[in-house]
Design a protein around this ligand. Sequence first.
Ligand code: ARG
Length: 585
Amino acid sequence: MEVLHQETIKHIAIQIKTAIDTITSSNSADVSEIYHQLTTPPHLEMGHLAFPAFPLSKLLKKSPVQIAQTLASTITKSQFIEEIRPVGPYVNFFLNLKNVSPELILQINQGDFFKKTLIQNTEKIMIEYSQPNTHKILHVGHMRNLCLGNSLVRLNRYLGHQVIASTYPGDVGTHVAKCLWYLKYINKEALPTQNHGDWLGKIYVLASQAVEDQKDTEEESSTKQKLTEILRQLEEKKGEFYELWITTRQWSLDLFNRTYAWADVTFDRWYFESEVDSDSLKRVNQLKEGGLFIESQGAIGMDLSADNLGFCIVIKSDGTGMYSTKDIELAYRKFLEFGIDKSIYVVDNRQEFHFKQVFKVLEKIGFEHAKDCHHLQYDFVELPTGAMSSRSGNIIPLTDLTNQMEETIKSNFLNKYIGNWSDQEIQLTAHIIADGAIKYGMLKMDPNRKIVFIMDEWLKLDGDTGPYLQYVCARIHSMLEKYHFNANAPGDFALLNEPSEQALILKLMQFNTIIVQAAALNKPSLLCTFLYELAKIFNNFYAECPIGKADNPKMQLMRLHLSQATAKAIKTGLELLGIKTPVRM
Ligand code: ARG
C-alpha cells in the first residue's frame, strides 16, 4: 500500500476530509482515498490539483456540481493553498508554490526526496529475467527482456522491496544437441580467434538448417541416432560430447556475461536448466508414486482439461523430462532457497500457456506458493523488414548491433571532440548513449505492444529517445558549471513565479507517485512518458526564463536550483530504467 508521501497533496487531502466531515457531520471521509483521487487539471490556468466530486454524489444526495461548490466554500485557504475554485464537478486547487517549492527543491537537490518511504509493506521478490538459450544467437530481441527485467528490479528496490535478480539460461535440450552434432560431423569452418559465442550462434542456424534438410533423406535416421547419443552423453555427464558441451556452453556464457557487463546488469543467482534437469525428474517421479499424475499414451502428466489447459506432460514416454518439468523444480527451489514472497518470471507472451500449465500443476500438487508465481509477459521486437528470423537472416546479433550503434554515435556526434576529449571518454560516452538508446526504446513501449527496432530513430537527439533525455541532463550540468552554481547559496523561492517555472515545480512533485505506479503495474513505460514530459517542460522553461540573462543574480540562482532539481530527477529516473547519463555529450 502506498504511503501518503507527497506532503502537499496529503495536506490538501486532509483539508478536503475535514470539509467533507463538516458537511456530513461525521468522521468518515478517508484521507488516503482522497489523496489518490486528486488529479491534475488539463491546464495549469484551471488549477494545480483537482478533486472530483462525483464519487460523493451518492453519499450526499446532491449533484457533483453542487458538491464541488459546497466543498470549495467550506475548505479554507492555508499556507499551501492559495485559492480554491469549483470547476464543474471538480474542486480545483491553486497551490501556494512559494511555500511548496523550497522544501521540494531542496529535498530533491539534497537527495532525501529519492529516499522517502513510499509504500507500507515491503516484500522479498525474485525477478527472473534474461534467460537466453546457450548455443543460439543473442540478438536485439533479447534486449527487451533484459531491459524490462533490469528496470523492474531497480524500480522495486527503489520502493524498498528486497529483490533477488535471477536468470535461467537454457543450456540443455535438442538445440544444443543439433549444434554439437554439426560441429562434430559437418562443420568445416575454422574457429574464430574471438567472440566464440557469436560464432556459435551462427553455427546453430546452419545446424538446424542441416537437420531440416535431411528430412526424408537417407541420412535422417543416422542423424537422429547421433542426436540421441549426444543427449545421452549430456545426461550422463561424460563422453566427448559432454566435453564439447562444456567448452561451447562456456562460449555462450562468455557472450552473455559480456552483454550483461555492457548493459550493466547483474544477477544474484544464476539457475541453469542443466542444474534442475535431473532433480526435476526425481521430483515428478516421487509425485507420480503419490498418485498425483496419470499416464496417457505412454507419457506421464496431469490432466488440466477442466481448467482448459489440456494435458501437461511431465515425463515423456522415453522417461525424459520436459521444459515444464524443469520449471516445476525451479519454482520450488526459488522459494526454498530464498524464502521469497513473490516470484516473477519475465518471459515473452508465446509462453503464456506454458506458465499457466506449470502454475496450475504446482497448485494441484499442493505447492503453497503457486499463487505467488507470476508470468510477466511482453510482446515481440521486430525489424522494419518484418519479424526476426535467424533462418532468413533477418536478425541483428547483439554484438554487431552494439558495435554499430557506438560507431554511428561517434560519427554522428562525438568525433567532433577528438583531440579535445580523451579517446577513452569518447568511447565511454558512445557506450552510454548506445545503451541508453536501446533501453529507452525497449522500455517506452507498453510491454503488451510490439516494438519495431529502428536504430536511427532510437538514436535521435530530439524526440522521445534515451539520448535526448541524456542530452537534457548533460546540458543542465554544463549550464550549472558555466554559471558556477552554488547549491548552498541562500535563495528566495518566491521568485519562481513564471507559469513555466510553476509547471516544472508541479511536475517534479509527481516524481515518486509515478515510480510507485510504474512498479505496481510493472510498466516502466509510465516512467519513460513522465521523464519525456518533464524534459519538455524543462525546455519550455529554458526557452521562456532566461538564465544567463536573468534580471538579477538572485533570479539566476533560483533558476539554477530548479534546473539542478530537474537534472537530478531525470538522472534518477533514468537510473531506474537502467540508463546512465554522461557528464557531457
Ligand atoms: N530459455 C527459455 C527460452 O529461451 C526461457 C526461459 C524462461 N524461464 C522459465 N523459467 N521457463 O525460451
